[in-house]
Write a protein that binds this ligand. Structure first.
Ligand code: SF4
Ligand code: SF4
Length: 364
């Protein structure tokens, strides 16, 4: 497939074209000392000259090269909140004057162009597709929003200290699942317009093919991210984890874990949720709400008068063994893409790769 050179000013033009054709453009921006995804209409809003430093329990922005907008690895969000929203009304019930109840579904699916998601975010989205679209039950809310996405991935030129996508079936360069893939080089991007939809926009941009030098520079940028990745998830962990429910490491991690659920909130694949009713005080209407939950809460395993996973040890073990082991049985893939968010945003500095390494190395 021909790769094109997309200068920054044409990227701006692409944003305008997407907006003119009904897309709400969403891209990375600096807000509250982190890089988050928010509505955008101008490339000036991108995080120019910013890099983040991540460590166990730490995420800090720092200054980098002002000529780059994507010199960072990731922020606390991925695509998840845009397709599986943190809280939404599933339906509303209303009683009319004759006492008859009417039902109104609340599904809303704006056309969203996601500009500048990371390859690990795209990988996570494909895993969420298995959960919400390819299981026995198809989630109509997720489906409606997913079908309206234009996905523009920006390949990584930098790995944070917590990234480990290379040992989580991922790569700093996306290979499929996107409409448009970009690799940032001097003055713009080397661009691959993969989908029919992306090709339609390509027609309007009047681009020229990337030169050999530009393509080589793009490859070097991705090599930089590969070479900079030092964290590793051990191999062949599934059976070892399942065979060791009484390993002493589960007690060790439980003594440090606060059961706060931060790791599940930032994880781009976690999908635990709960559903509640919000009735009006006059009894005339009711709202059925779905919102994110976490397997780290006691309530999440409360069934018929008892809490199945009453201790932090049980809940941490459930999270980790589901994500890395039983997820394979359920969805045919691991539930981890190696983004490292759960490591950066854990207030107790717990590192999933270190916990697994201990379980792999030590005798139970
Ligand atoms: S478990 Fe941690 S590293 Fe893996 S996808 Fe979730 S947040 Fe990222
Ligand atoms: S592992 Fe860390 S982020 Fe996750 S629940 Fe425990 S303390 Fe919170």
């Amino acid at each position: 497939m021909t790769e094109f050179f997309l200068p920054y000013e044409k990227f701006q033009y692409l944003i305008e074209e997407l907006s003119n054709t009904g897309y709400q453009c969403i891209g990375p921006q600096v807000k509250s000392d982190a890089i988050v995804y928010a509505k955008m209409n101008d490339i000036k809003q991108l995080p120019w000259g910013v890099r983040e430093l991540q460590a166990r329990g730490s995420y800090q922005l720092t200054k980098h090269d002002n000529s780059q907008a994507f010199a960072w690895a990731n922020g606390p969000q991925a695509v998840k909140p845009l397709v599986f929203t943190p809280q939404e009304t599933v339906f509303k019930l209303k009683r009319d004057a004759n006492g008859k109840l009417s039902f109104k579904s609340q599904a809303q699916a704006p056309k969203q162009a996601l500009l500048g998601i990371r390859p690990c975010d795209l990988h996570a989205l494909m895993i969420q597709d298995k959960v919400f679209l390819e299981s026995e039950y198809v989630d109509p809310f997720y489906k409606a929003r997913r079908e309206q996405l234009f996905l523009c991935v920006v390949n990584c030129s930098y790995s944070s200290a917590n990234c480990f996508c290379l040992t989580a079936d991922g790569h700093p360069k996306a290979s499929s699942g996107f409409d448009l893939a970009l690799t940032e080089i001097d003055g713009g991007f080397v661009a691959e317009f993969a989908s029919t939809l992306a090709q339609e926009y390509l027609q309007r941009l009047d681009l020229i093919a990337a030169t050999k030098g530009q393509r080589e520079l793009a490859s070097k940028k991705i090599e930089q991210a590969i070479d900079g990745q030092t964290k590793v998830m051990p191999k062949n962990i599934t059976q070892r984890l399942l065979d060791n429910p009484h390993h002493p490491q589960w007690d060790d991690v439980a003594s440090r874990c606060l059961s706060c659920g931060n790791c599940t909130q930032v994880c781009p694949t976690c999908f635990c949720h709960r559903q509640t009713e919000k009735p009006s005080l006059d009894g005339e209407s009711s709202e059925h709400i779905r919102e994110w939950d976490s397997c780290f809460t006691k309530d999440h395993s409360y069934i018929h008068g008892m809490t199945i996973r009453a201790s932090t040890k049980q809940r941490y073990r459930q999270w980790l063994t589901h994500k890395l082991a039983t997820w394979h049985e359920q969805f045919g893939t691991s539930g981890c893409v190696g983004c490292g968010r759960c490591i950066s945003w854990c207030p107790s500095e717990i590192d999933i790769t270190e916990e697994v390494t201990k379980i792999m190395e030590d005798k139970a």
